[in-house]
Write a protein that binds this ligand. Structure first.
Ligand code: C2E
Ligand code: MG
Ligand code: MG
Length: 336
């Protein structure tokens, strides 16, 4: 059987590019990443211009592409609770990269690069497919009304045919659009507000939920906000963090809650870390909350355990097996 190879060769020359084996290999490696970057069947000589930063970036870029192929990404889920009731509204899916050497890498370390090199398109599609698969599994386990929210990046949102792609991914998972919430930031919508409103309306018409993430950190035009077909404003965690020490932050939090109410939307406060923050937000009429005070983002199995404990601590039924609790508990606890 013929075997087709497409080698990428990096060349470092003794003694100019290193006078010992390890430096030579390191520099040849750097040149090899550049060769890969420029397409396969390619060779590159090491040059000092390939400085440390370029190398780190090239390596990260190469690793990132490999990670998608090799299934190194995973989703963690952070519970979103209904204030004052111990009911659960849903969970936000947050991507992590389980790097073979570096361990669990948080999204801020790779999403910007994934966006820059366009990898966010296939990665984002994987996130939607995986979240849709997982929420369907939880629905079948009895979490009938669970909503999973996914973060959408500007590049994904602005590609033509995005709605059709999401529809296809959900259909393949057998998941209803009403189980998926798309999180978009104000700033990405504002680059072309008229088009954004049209696209969001098309999603809403199909039954998807829309949340505006990090709300208050961009410069929303209130006139557009009025027409934005969103269900939820997510109060950015920076306001939540400062609201007890800074009266302006508290005023912003309160105004967002009132604004959402008047526009017929809900609010989720992000980054709720303490019981005092929880109490203050609940007092201001914020209906939904998310943050370390309740739980950090968790892998699926731990999320299930958290739910069991959350319901158990409320109903004192923790001796029941998880699935029984889910079946009995969730019908009640997920209902608004
Ligand atoms: P985000 O969507 O605003 O997500 C909230 C971030 O706040 C998460 O960080 C979460 O772990 C963290 N967080 C939650 N509760 C607390 C709290 O009480 N205190 C503090 N200090 N932090 C809290 P994470 O998971 O590192 O994600 C960071 C950002 O990366 C996200 O911000 C989102 O913009 C982006 N991201 C995550 N997953 C995806 C994804 O699948 N696709 C895209 N495009 N972006 C993603
Ligand atoms: Mg988010
Ligand atoms: Mg946010």
């Amino acid at each position: 059987m013929p075997l087709h190879l497409s080698p990428s060769i990096g060349i470092a020359v003794f003694p100019d590019d290193g006078d010992n084996p390890s430096t030579l290999i390191k520099n040849a490696d750097a040149a090899m990443y550049l060769a890969k970057e420029k397409g396969c069947n390619n060779y590159q000589f090491y040059t000092p211009v390939l400085n440390a930063r370029t190398l780190d970036r090239l390596k990260l870029e190469y690793d990132l592409r490999l990670a998608l192929e090799q299934g190194q990404f995973e989703l963690h889920y952070q519970p979103q609770i209904i204030a004052g009731s111990k009911k659960l509204y849903g969970a936000e899916a947050l991507v992590r990269w389980r790097h073979p050497e570096r361990g669990l890498v948080p999204p801020n370390h790779f999403i910007p690069l994934a966006e820059e090199i366009g990898l966010i398109i296939p990665l984002g599609a994987w996130v939607i497919a995986e979240a849709a698969r997982q929420v369907n599994v939880w629905h079948k386990a009895g979490l009938a009304d669970l909503v999973v929210s996914v973060n959408i990046s500007a590049l994904q949102f602005h590609q033509s045919g995005f709605l059709a792609e999401v529809q296809e991914l959900l259909a393949r998972a057998g998941t209803e659009p009403s189980s998926l919430e798309l999180e978009l930031t104000e700033s990405m919508l504002m680059s072309d507000m008229e088009l954004s409103i049209q696209v969001l309306q098309a999603f809403r018409d199909q039954g998807y939920r829309i949340a505006i993430d990090d709300f208050g950190t961009g410069f929303s035009c209130l006139n557009y906000l009025r027409r934005l077909p969103a269900n939820i404003l997510k109060i950015d965690q920076s306001f939540v963090r400062d609201m007890q020490s800074d009266s302006a932050s508290l005023a912003i939090v309160t105004s967002i809650i009132r604004l959402a109410e008047s526009l017929g939307m809900d609010t989720i406060a992000e980054g709720v870390e303490t019981a005092d923050e929880y109490a203050l937000l609940a007092d201001q009429g914020c209906r939904l909350m998310q943050g370390y005070h309740f739980s950090k983002p968790l892998p699926p199995a731990q999320f299930e355990a958290w739910v069991q404990q959350w319901i158990g601590s409320w109903h004192k039924v923790s001796s029941l097996p998880l699935t029984v609790i889910l079946r009995q508990g969730f019908v009640r606890f997920f209902a608004k």
